[in-house]
Design a protein around this ligand. Structure first.
Ligand SMILES: [Zn+2]
Length: 70
């Protein structure tokens, strides 16, 4: 009898991005995704967020390649 209520309270769904079972609850701000990362991937934003890392590294490369001016 209590099984029905439990299944309503804790409903497991498969994350659209990684197919991992995640709890569909109001506590999960990224539902129906399992995490913020999966939501960003689905929205196509994850690529742009990753892109920020090489940009920072390029700055260091530029500084290393700068000719020493004296
Ligand atoms: Zn996921």
């Amino acid at each position: 009898m209590t099984e029905v209520m439990t299944s309503i309270k804790k409903r497991l769904i498969a994350c659209p991005t990684c197919k991992q079972l995640t709890e569909y609850s109001l506590d999960n701000a990224y539902r129906p995704f399992c995490s913020k990362r999966c939501k960003l991937i689905d929205l196509g934003l994850w690529a742009s967020e990753q892109y920020a890392i090489p940009v920072e590294m390029n700055v260091d490369d530029l500084e290393d390649n700068l000719p020493t001016q004296q």
